[in-house]
Design a protein around this ligand. Sequence first.
Ligand SMILES: *Cc1c(COP(=O)(O)O)cnc(C)c1O
Length: 422
Amino acid sequence: MKFISTRNNKIKKTLSEAIQLGLAEDGGLFVPELFPTLDLNTFTVDLSFPDFAEQLLKPFFQEDILEKELPMICKNAFSFPVPLTKVNADTFLLELFHGPTSSFKDFGARFLAECLEILSAQHKTTILVATSGDTGSAVASAFYRKANIQVIILYPKGKISERQEHQIACWDTNIVALAVDGSFDDCQRMVKQAFQDVWWRKHLHLSSANSINIARLLPQMTYYAYTSVHFYHQYKTGPGFIIPSGNLGHATAAYWAKKLGFPIREIFLATNANKVVPDYLASGDFNPRPSVATLANAMDVGNPSNFERLQDFFPTFDSFKKNVTAISVTDAEIKKTIQEYYEKYKIMICPHTATGCYMRKQLSDQPWIIAATADPAKFDDIIESTIHQSAPVSLQLQQLLNKPVHITEIENNLEAIKPFLQ
Ligand SMILES: *Cc1c(COP(=O)(O)O)cnc(C)c1O
């Protein structure tokens, strides 16, 4: 299997190359050259999650040097449970936040870290990552003390929750967290610039841990596929998924999983007030813009980096419109939904998950699974001010919160990062 650039299908790389490059040299994103035909009968409900994932990802690893390592990669990366909680007869929450940093980002970050550790045996790798909250902590935790890898995390100063920042800035040795004087879009721009900059390309083996990296996208297919198979087995019908979206990483992965033939009925996207995708669907014009701050801050994205992959997947506006439905949810609606879920069902949800739960209320009574993307306890200030209860803190969250933090602020330009490079 080869991976091609969204901008030029003549740029063709092996999986390992695509992982190490992050972005294609023409600025495009890597996508699989083709989608394999799977024998769905072999995806049985008795498979463990890592075994299921291995079977699903195997064709994408074919003929790559990582192929024989895939079983170990899956076993190490997917080391936590993925429960499906029933809310009511036709509404379910897929709890993706039981990894070490309490958001679904652990799936992709841990998978990528396993791959890059193997690929960095020969030379030192520098990973540059922009985060609007949860990517940073997931990447820091996943790469902590991985040999031959330095991670530089850029996050927008003052625009993420205190607990999110704590989880990003509590590491040492090979992890450097920098609070950038700017927005998430500034952070993302700095990463993109570094990849195109002569000095950076010449002096470092740069790689990215953002969802532009194909090794973060691929593993995100697994939980949608796995859950749809289990759901189908139990309820004899394929579920629809509602996906709280920002950079469109795991939404793209869900469309890929559906394409592979897994019993997914349809896929809907919920965004916060950053509504480039809903606007695109309404007008046909894709208008990236500065992000606005919302309660669902990990989705505060004005120029979703995976839009290019989604557009590559649905190349005409007609096909895009036919397959993608998206709505924008306001902060007031997020708060109201958090309140409702607590009062009605005694379930606490994070502000991101709340966008999906809000969308669910507008939809039919066919079965819907909402991707619950983060532990509400990561956003305790919002939860407490909304339902006047504090969310219980899990063991893994408490462990991170007990570590001391050191916050380093920098200007929003590439030069400001250089002193921190090893
Ligand atoms: C990253 C994130 C999202 C958005 O996911 P994308 O893949 O960027 O669309 C939603 N919720 C939470 C909690 C996140 O951390």
